[in-house]
Design a binder for this molecule. Structure first.
Ligand code: PLP
Length: 386
């Protein structure tokens, strides 16, 4: 039996275990401590933001960000439709409703023109959303500037979900640091991981201080436990922050390794008819967190699902591109602005194994598997046409 090749697995460097041992040696086994503080500072330096709060997940960070700008029952939040459900779930935690916005073809991220038209219309009818929640997908930044411009024009806070885009650039800066707040994830499948964890960043010190307050049960300054607000238990453990500090040291290597995966896949497979790789938009650098491609079944001869299932038979894990949230049963009542681009990417899009720890042999196995699917369908066509 061949060893299974997984989509994206944790990849530790050399420092993580030492830093975890330090947490044990000093008995900082708590959701506060020196690693948490240092992780936040080092994260700020790396991303070029002023303030950061380390939390238990990216989802928690989104929840806090939305609450901090006062999203509440009956509000609407505009949100990218092509993303993981964790982006939009916190909108519903607060009793608000997502309104989904379609992607563009150049970045696969939110289409700035669609957003502009939609906000213009909403302004006319006096029904502007409370926030815009922008996702940076698969390691690639969205086109932030026009989106930020239209948000500013209507005085709508922009929150960036950069869970998948740590290490990417947009015009030389980190996506996630342009809006009022940004969030990142350190889940096990992300480009760096703390096993589970997240970060909320902002240049606004008060917002981040308030995020820490809410994330630690909203304790008023008093010797007894006193509460004037409802809080959460969302802080990151000091042990896990130690892992995060070690992971930050190797982020640029992880980006390079994932970009190399992409180059190897693309040079071998982009010549196959019907296969197109996710484009890299000219406004920045993608980390290629996951290598994604689309398969035109009429040209390639096999559908995305046929390819995915054949790979699975050979112990190779691949995944369809995110199912757009407006197609998810749980969000079926929600409005979507456009949607055809995301639907098309979902119908034909596939994510290949993309871990920074893949070996050349494993990459080769994936490439050979995809090529042999193409060769087989070509043989069938030849027989058919004869
Ligand atoms: C992973 C992910 C999240 C959630 O992060 P967690 O740390 O797993 O809670 C949110 N948005 C996107 C786009 C993600 O990929």
């Amino acid at each position: 039996m061949k060893k299974q090749i997984l989509l994206s697995t944790p990849h530790m460097g050399h420092l993580e275990l030492e830093l975890v041992k330090e947490a044990f040696a000093t008995n900082w086994i708590a959701p506060v401590g020196p690693h948490v503080d240092a992780f936040e500072q080092e994260f700020c330096q790396l991303t070029g933001t002023s303030h950061a709060a380390a939390v238990s997940s990216g989802t928690a960070a989104i929840h806090l960000a939305l609450q901090l700008i006062g999203v509440s029952r009956g509000d609407e939040v505009f949100c990218s439709t092509l993303t993981f459900a964790a982006t939009a779930n916190p909108i519903t935690y607060l009793g608000a409703k997502p309104v989904f916005v379609d992607s563009d073809r150049t970045s696969w991220n939110m289409n700035p023109d669609l957003l502009q038209d939609a906000l213009e219309y909403r302004a006319k009818i006096g029904k502007l959303p409370k926030a815009v929640l922008l996702v940076h997908l698969y390691g690639q930044s969205a086109d932030i500037e026009p989106i930020l411009k239209v948000c500013n024009q209507y005085d709508i806070p922009l929150i960036e979900d950069a869970a998948e885009a740590l290490g990417a650039t947009y015009k030389g800066r980190s996506p996630g640091t342009f809006g009022l707040m940004g969030i990142y994830s350190f889940n096990g499948n992300k480009i760096i991981t703390t096993s589970g964890g997240g970060m909320l960043v902002s240049d606004n010190e008060q917002l981040v201080a308030k995020a820490r307050f809410l994330a630690t049960q909203a304790r008023d300054p008093a010797p007894h436990y006193q509460h004037s607000e409802i809080g959460y238990n969302y802080r990151l453990s000091n042990v896990l922050a130690g892992i995060g500090r070690g992971q930050l040291q190797v982020l640029s290597e992880r980006v390079a390794a994932r970009r190399r995966n992409f180059e190897i896949y693309a040079s071998a497979l982009s010549k196959l008819p019907g296969i197109e790789f996710m484009p890299e938009a000219d406004f920045g650098t993608s980390t290629r967190w996951l290598t994604c491609l689309t398969i035109d079944p009429n040209v390639f001869g096999s559908s995305r699902e046929q390819v995915r299932m054949t790979l699975a038979q050979q112990q190779i894990e691949s995944r369809p591109v995110w199912k757009p949230l407006h197609l998810q049963p749980v969000f079926s009542e929600c409005e979507c602005i456009g949607g055809e681009v995301a639907e098309n990417l979902f119908a034909h899009g596939l994510c290949l194994p993309s871990g920074s720890n893949l070996t050349d042999e494993e990459l080769e196995r994936v490439i050979r598997a995809v090529m042999s699917i193409y060769d087989k369908t070509k043989q069938k066509q030849v027989v058919f046409f004869n």
